[in-house]
Design a protein around this ligand. Structure first.
Ligand SMILES: NC(=O)c1ccc[n+]([C@@H]2O[C@H](COP(=O)([O-])OP(=O)(O)OC[C@H]3O[C@@H](n4cnc5c(N)ncnc54)[C@H](OP(=O)(O)O)[C@@H]3O)[C@@H](O)[C@H]2O)c1
Length: 322
């Protein structure tokens, strides 16, 4: 796979490529025995992912901070597929309290959990701190998903044990992980305002998504748990994600239109990694255009992944006490 395949859509070893859509990569898959949580499932790539998983008959829980948008998303899916099994639950990933409430509410439903798709994200926002006092892109894109996964993992283990069905966790990262700060993750300066770069902070948070999936996968393998953890880059898709950089992105797209995908193609890699039977047992990997790819050197550094894990736990503990 490379730039030629990206532009032409030529399929890679998986049989799919940049032109494949989420519907195409899940064709013929029956997900009626699966329950899925997708964060940010009310808009953009997340909504298309939720729609396609729902038409494959999965029970889809859209986790969204904006309940109006979430209900609109649910109705859009139901309008197309009346039998869809879709629920909505409120979740603000930039708030530790909201994540804990979401998990309590989900557990109260007494549902199994087979698949967790950590999809929600923000990009290139000006410097700001979350309610818990953590730099906003790191808080939303990484810390929120780290805590959410941690609080749901027992439910996923229980489900995998009881059903014998492999659980899957998919972190929606980005090729922008290559933009991370020198050193990868600024452990000592995570909230540093002076050195803040909106691009590099986004890159750092997306690098964290990959490191989180790989360390999670390592731990699950050691425990012998039937759950995989992988990360994906969906491609370049014009969505509301670009709201902090709309003008520059539109200009960039004019010159690089051949590199961009539509939303149906943008949701393909996530759906492929979440559902495709050919990925049974595949864990700790990074995918682009529905094919395994090698991410940056930082993203494949096991020590950085372990340090990020420990750092994230400590950060959540101290923020929870404050
Ligand atoms: N689009 C691309 O070109 C591209 C490229 C590489 C990677 N990605 C990744 O793909 C994922 C989806 O992006 P997208 O393009 O679909 O963007 P999008 O259309 O902006 O969707 C992002 C979703 O995340 C939600 N979200 C943001 N902050 C949240 C929070 N604090 N709590 C809960 N939900 C929150 C948004 O909800 P609101 O509507 O309430 O804000 C929205 O539903 C992101 O992780 C992004 O980094 C996208």
């Amino acid at each position: 796979m490379g730039i030629f395949s990206l532009v032409t859509g030529r399929p890679g070893p998986s049989g799919y490529g940049s032109a494949s859509t989420a519907e195409q990569v899940t064709e013929g898959i029956d997900a009626s025995n699966l329950t899925v949580i997708i964060t940010g499932g009310a808009a953009g790539i997340g909504l298309e992912t939720a729609r396609v998983l729902a038409i494959r008959k999965a029970h889809v829980i859209i986790a969204a901070r904006n309940m109006e948008a979430a209900n609109r998303a649910k109705n859009t899916i139901l309008d197309e597929y009346e039998a869809a099994n879709v629920d909505v639950l409120q979740l603000d990933l930039s708030s530790i309290k909201s994540i804990r409430v979401f998990v309590d509410n989900f557990k109260a439903l007494n549902l199994p959990l087979n698949i967790l798709i950590n999809n929600a994200g923000i990009m290139f926002c000006p410097y700001q701190l979350s309610l818990d006092g953590i730099e906003m892109q790191f808080a939303t894109n990484h810390i929120g998903h780290f805590l959410l996964t941690d609080l749901l993992i027992d439910k996923m283990k229980e489900t995998a044990r009881a059903t014998g069905i492999e659980g899957r966790i998919v972190n929606v990262s980005s090729v922008a992980h290559l933009l991370a700060y020198e050193g990868g993750i600024l452990f000592d300066k995570i909230n540093d305002r002076k050195g803040y770069s909106d691009k590099r902070a986004y890159g750092q948070s997306k690098l964290a998504n990959i490191l989180h999936a790989s360390e999670l996968s390592r731990r699950l393998k050691v425990e012998g748990v039937n759950i995989t953890g992988n990360s994906v880059h969906p491609g370049f898709i014009m969505t509301n994600l670009m709201k902090y950089s709309a003008v520059s992105m539109k200009i960039m797209k004019m010159f690089s239109f051949f590199l961009w995908k539509d939303v149906a193609q943008g949701a393909a890699t996530t759906c492929y990694v979440a559902l495709h039977p050919s990925l049974k047992g595949v864990s700790g990997k990074y995918f682009e255009d529905c094919n395994e790819m090698k991410p940056s050197a930082y993203a494949t550094d096991p020590l950085l992944a372990k340090n990020l894990w420990d750092f994230s736990r400590k950060l959540i503990n101290s923020a929870s006490k404050a």
